[in-house]
Write a protein that binds this ligand. Structure first.
Ligand SMILES: *Cc1c(COP(=O)(O)O)cnc(C)c1O
Length: 433
């Protein structure tokens, strides 16, 4: 039977009347791949259903948070029970301490935590803290890394911005980003040069330790260690933005995987179990500068929200079960290697990689180690691949410059089916112009 998406088409045109571009976040539009977004009715485990009743195996998973898959009964029950007790109090609750403890136990570099409502708030606040603690203004970020949409970091910011071709945004004054320095990912020389150019002016380096926002790009050997040493030598703080990688590439995030101790860590996505949450945390002496313990102001009406903390706690407890990450990693690797083997056989240049429950692939002749490498990928091939997969019930990200995500709920049979569909999709990609 031919798949139809008539209801999605109608809902999208109605949405465009009242929502800019018909969506509430640009990455949801299908601009990079042509076509139009699907309106989703429900999800369960690894699957999504659109409003026309089509079923998909989902590798977007709300862009990473749904480590246990959609509507996991334990998470749903936790949220329901919390809602019945009241949705927000603007006063402390026990669950906030509990979520903070779970984070601290998982991530030894984190002594104290402040909960916020999104990853954007987390990185914005961590940068403010780094500036407050060092008395310096400048920030080093890496080209193609995304840290949320606040002004200071909306510079050469990867995926969403990259996909739309607006690495900088109008509305961000030059004066505001004058303190934002950029360097290519995986180049320590570029960072050394910045420290030479601006001695004693750089407050912090912020980095996605594993980049998920220009497609998946892994740190080269010694790169993260190098950033740790350089920041220490020059009196700057090192912020690991683990909003995506936290509890995703390993329970303890990328810092556990690579054995690095950053000064501050930002979190989001998985720690909210699918509800809006972010967090920043780190060394006690730094975190004690945050109001009301210290002078750096940062606040939030709904921060530590009871529904969000309940979902987060439930999620992290599920993730802490033995074997979760081994299983995720094995499934993710099988998918990535399966795609690679097939592409090689079909003569389609494809680079694939995976780490923990994250994977990525580039239609590219060469391995990708930075933004320039990523953008040299063939986007027409990706669009053809994506469309063919979607038509046959496999939902990958609607842009090549996004990571893919595996959940605990995906079964081997889902991966079998995905690889079957992908084979035809790779054939379609081969002839794409
Ligand atoms: C998603 C993401 C953010 C922003 O989080 P939001 O909750 O969308 O504001 C920040 N940093 C990284 C690495 C991310 O992947």
């Amino acid at each position: 039977m031919e798949r139809t998406i008539d209801r999605s088409v109608r809902l999208f045109s109605e949405a465009k009347e009242v929502l800019p571009g018909g969506v509430n976040s640009p990455v949801r539009s299908f601009r990079a791949v042509g076509g139009q977004p699907l309106f989703i009715q429900r999800g369960k485990g690894p699957r999504l259903w659109d409003v026309d009743g089509n079923e998909y195996i989902d590798y977007v998973l709300s862009w990473g948070p749904l480590l246990a898959g959609h509507a996991h009964p334990v998470v749903v029950r936790a949220v329901q029970e919390a809602a019945e007790r009241g949705t927000s109090f603007g006063a402390p609750t026990e669950a906030e301490t509990e979520l903070a403890r779970l984070i601290r136990e998982a991530i030894p570099s984190v002594d104290m935590v402040r909960l916020v409502n999104s990853g954007t708030e987390a990185t914005m606040s961590a940068i403010r803290l780094a500036r407050a603690a060092t008395g310096r203004s400048k920030v080093i970020k890496f080209v193609g890394c995304y840290h949320g949409h606040h002004d200071a970091l909306l510079v050469r910011a990867g995926s969403g911005a990259l996909t739309l071709g607006v690495p900088d945004s109008p509305g961000v004054p030059q004066e505001i980003v004058a303190h934002t320095l950029t360097a290519p990912y995986n180049s320590l020389e570029a960072v050394e040069r910045l420290f030479r150019l601006y001695p004693e002016e750089i407050a912090c380096i912020i980095v996605e330790p594993v980049v998920g926002n220009m497609g998946l790009v892994l740190p080269e050997n010694g790169y993260l260690q190098g950033l740790r040493q350089l920041s220490q030598r020059h009196g700057a703080l090192l912020i690991f933005d683990e909003v995506m990688t936290g509890f995703r590439v390993a329970y303890g995030g990328a810092q556990a995987l690579y054995g690095i101790k950053p000064d501050l860590t930002t979190l989001g996505k998985v720690i909210g179990g699918g509800l809006p949450v972010g967090a920043y945390g780190g060394r006690r002496d730094l975190m004690e500068k945050v109001a009301p313990a210290g002078p750096m102001y940062q606040a939030g009406t709904l921060s530590g929200n009871p529904l969000a903390t309940a979902a987060g706690i439930a999620m992290l407890r599920l993730a802490a079960a033995p074997g979760v990450y081994e299983d995720l990693e094995a499934k993710t690797r099988r998918l990535a290697l399966g795609l690679k083997e097939m592409a090689d056989r079909l003569g389609v240049p494809l680079q694939t990689s995976s780490v923990g429950g994250m994977f990525g692939f580039f239609f590219n002749e060469r391995p990708v180690k930075d933004f320039d490498g990523a953008t040299a990928s063939n986007t027409r091939r990706y669009a053809a691949f994506f469309t063919e997969c979607l038509d046959h019930g496999v939902y990958f990200a609607p842009s090549q410059f996004e990571a893919g995500f595996m959940s605990m709920a995906h079964r081997e049979a889902d991966i079998d089916r995905t690889l079957e569909v992908a084979e035809d999709a790779l054939r379609a990609a081969r002839y794409a112009r």
